[in-house]
Design a binder for this molecule. Structure first.
Ligand SMILES: [Zn+2]
Length: 271
């Protein structure tokens, strides 16, 4: 009984402190998230700053000296954003950066939509539709606000409450550090991964891309002798491929294009 009263008071205070923070702006996303959409964007900025301050771990390919590679990346991003299916397409920044490390097969997206792609991932893939599938999957994590959903769960209402009230700066710093350094400390849940796959297919379906190509990527990963980083941060349950194909069939099952030649050009622009 006592416990219930405390929880109720905490919820009330969160509503008072955070305004509409707990209410989703996206009616298609009923998840309880005590952060506001602006918090996602602010948190993303801080994570970006952490990443950019660590060039040893994250050697970013300079966009000024590699305009060709970035032109391909942004063209692919813009095709996904033009699908009309990305809820925060206009609001988030969706900035893309390439990390120069051929031995890492991975990509990630920070809250608020900025994305990072390792050259090891770009070079492994065979066509643009596969890459667009991975990009759409990462975009879905940001668009569905999975990081702050997980933080809501991981850090608990009491800590979040003190952050909202502005007297727990060190906890916020710790959370940013977890996101920037671990990128696994706050691992997405299995249901987050399924949802990111589902939305990746939804984002790609209205575009020229073949929308189930994300599945080809998983098949390709499983054929690698060294298990790539992507599989350690993105668990690959057996039914993931099946779910991608089910989603594709549910949308109508019409295949798009894979653009292997254009993708070969993209890869040729990388150092
Ligand atoms: Zn994922």
């Amino acid at each position: 009984m006592f416990r219930r009263v405390i929880v109720f008071n905490a919820m009330l205070l969160i509503l008072m402190a955070g305004g509409l923070a707990g209410c989703s702006e996206n009616s298609d996303d009923p998840t309880i998230n005590v952060f506001s959409v602006n918090d996602d964007m602010e948190l993303g900025k801080q994570v970006d700053a952490e990443i950019l301050s660590n060039p040893q771990e994250y050697p970013i390919l300079d966009s000024a000296t590699n305009p060709g590679a970035y032109a391909h990346l942004y063209r692919i991003r813009d095709m996904i954003l033009a699908s009309g299916k990305v809820f925060y397409a206009q609001r988030f920044g969706w900035r893309c950066r390439i990390i120069k490390n051929d031995s890492v097969v991975n990509a990630f997206c920070v809250p608020g939509g900025n994305m990072y792609f390792y050259t090891g991932l770009i070079k492994l893939l065979d066509n643009e539709a596969q890459f667009a599938g991975v990009m759409a999957h990462e975009m879905a994590h940001a668009d569905r606000r999975h990081s702050t959903d997980q933080m809501t769960k991981a850090y608990g209402i009491q800590i979040l409450l003190s952050i909202l009230l502005g007297n727990n700066a060190s906890t916020l710093e710790q959370m940013v550090a977890d996101l920037a350094n671990g990128l696994g400390t706050l691992a997405f849940s299995r249901s987050n991964e399924y949802e990111a796959d589902e939305y990746a297919v939804k984002y790609l379906y209205p575009t020229a891309y073949d929308s189930p190509s994300l599945g080809d990527f998983f098949t390709k990963l499983e054929g690698q002798s060294q298990p790539p980083t992507f599989l350690s941060t993105h668990p690959s349950p057996e039914d993931r491929l099946t779910k991608i194909n089910e989603q594709f069939q549910a949308l109508g099952g019409v295949h798009g294009q894979t653009f292997p030649e254009r993708y070969a050009e993209f890869k040729s622009t990388l150092p």
